[in-house]
Design a protein around this ligand. Structure first.
Ligand code: PLP
Length: 426
């Protein structure tokens, strides 16, 4: 069965032929490939073609695909049963591990996805503060909960406009949006609405509008604003957690949120999310407190085994330094290749995540990210794919490095980029 044949079949019965939209390649054009297996830094499609993979299942595969430590932990767990519906020991170890690695996580609740984690965190924020409004940032993604599918109108103080049909306007009205990296806009918004704001939720490194790093002091400024107005600060570390640094972006930038959400790496490739933070807040979650949140499969023993094995791997001494160095090697190499070809290009990176922009300037805002040349990105994407390098299939997604990517893989990636970049000026 070829990729094309599978996609034809998939399209008959699945919306767009996929179970999550970006996989369908709509942004870059063409058809997706279907993966038959994955190992280390590579994916193999059903036609036997190998790709160096910089998507890593959208983040979880920080130690490479099919890592033996994770696979064996899962195999061991499976022998004892798939799901119990009672507490199990691995959940306790998981909570202890998270609390040790991320000190702001005084208590934690496991869930099954990043979306569940963020939805639950804002319910908790609303329940605990008695306020209804939340603040999010233009270009930040927090999963597909109704409150988050809202983009900015014009200007920081504009009330939310639903991005997706099906999100009631009344719901969208409760979400205020701000431009990322603009502390003055945040101050103005809080000056007007501060007393109604339950929480501000942010990706401390924005990874869903390509990859944009917070300006110096920006996260600290948001912390201060939240404190001044009695709003909670939620870091959505679904992407950055255990990737930007062992303690997440909050450790890297030295800012302590009230609540944090995790996903991706924390599940080692299984469907897992988590939220947690201040003890006085988490003690309000059911059954300790009245704010309801539950899950049939939450804390699943197989998922916990995978996550714990992955968290074991990222604790190896020097893991994140080596990952960051490799990410930097790739970004600097791509910059040199683009400069050599006369292509306007810039990169951002921190820890094991990176962004590629077909624009000359350094990108620090959503406006700049959307001003980059997406047509060029799409041509670059397809040229690289043809040469066996799989980048995220959209100009607005971050790239992910893993510890399995070797210097040879990066050299091969740069050689492919050299060939493709020269075609982009034609
Ligand atoms: N938050 C962030 C920062 C994300 O990047 C994502 C997914 O990409 C989510 C939340 C949603 O997580 P999930 O896709 O597991 O629901």
């Amino acid at each position: 069965m070829t990729n094309h044949e599978l996609f034809q079949r998939a399209r008959q019965l699945m919306p767009g032929g996929v179970n999550s939209p970006v996989r369908a390649f709509k942004s870059v054009g063409g058809e997706p490939f279907f993966t038959a297996r994955a190992d280390g830094a590579y994916l193999w499609d059903v036609e036997g073609k190998r790709y160096i993979d910089y998507v890593g299942s959208w983040g979880p595969m920080i130690a490479g695909h099919n890592h033996p430590a994770v696979r064996e932990a899962v195999e061991r767990a499976v022998r004892d049963g798939l799901s119990f519906g009672t507490p199990c020991p691995a959940e306790v170890t998981m909570a202890e591990t998270i609390a040790r690695l991320v000190p702001s996580m005084e208590m934690v609740r496991m869930v099954n996805s990043g979306t569940e984690a963020t939805m639950s965190a804002i319910r908790l924020a609303r329940g605990a503060t008695g306020r209804s409004r939340i603040v999010k940032f233009e270009g930040c993604y927090h999963g597909h909960g109704d409150s988050f599918l809202v983009k900015a109108g014009s200007g920081a103080l504009t009330f939310g406009v639903p991005t997706s049909p099906g999100v009631p306007k009344q719901n969208a009205d409760l979400t205020l949006t701000l431009p990322y990296n603009d502390i003055d806009a945040a101050r103005a918004l809080f000056a007007e609405h501060g007393q109604d704001i339950a929480a501000l939720i942010i990706e401390p490194v924005a990874g869903n509008m390509n990859c944009i790093l917070p300006r110096e002091g920006y996260l600290q400024g948001l912390r201060t604003l939240c404190d001044e107005h009695g709003a909670l600060l939620i870091f959505d570390e679904v992407m950055t957690g255990f990737r930007v640094a062992l303690g997440g972006a909050q450790a890297h930038y030295g800012v302590k949120p009230d609540l944090t959400t995790f996903g991706k790496v924390i599940g080692g490739g299984m469907p897992v999310g988590a939220y947690g933070g201040r003890r006085d807040l988490m003690e309000q979650v059911a059954p300790a407190g009245p704010i309801y949140q539950a899950g049939t499969l939450s804390g699943n023993p197989v998922a916990m085994a995978a996550g714990l094995a992955m968290l074991g791997l990222v604790q190896a001494p020097g893991f994140h330094d080596a990952l960051a160095a490799r990410t930097r090697l790739l970004c600097d190499g791509l910059q040199a290749v683009a400069d050599g070809a006369g292509v306007a290009f810039s990169t951002n990176c921190v820890g094991g995540m990176f962004g590629l922009f077909f624009i000359r300037e350094k990108v620090e805002s959503f406006t700049q990210a959307t001003a980059a040349d997406t047509t060029r990105f799409n041509r670059f994407f397809h040229g690289m794919l043809e040469r066996g390098v799989y980048l995220a299939p959209s100009a607005f997604e971050a790239g992910f490095m893993s510890s399995a990517h070797s210097e040879e893989d990066i050299a091969a990636t740069l050689e492919a980029a050299r060939q493709v970049m020269t075609t982009l000026t034609r």
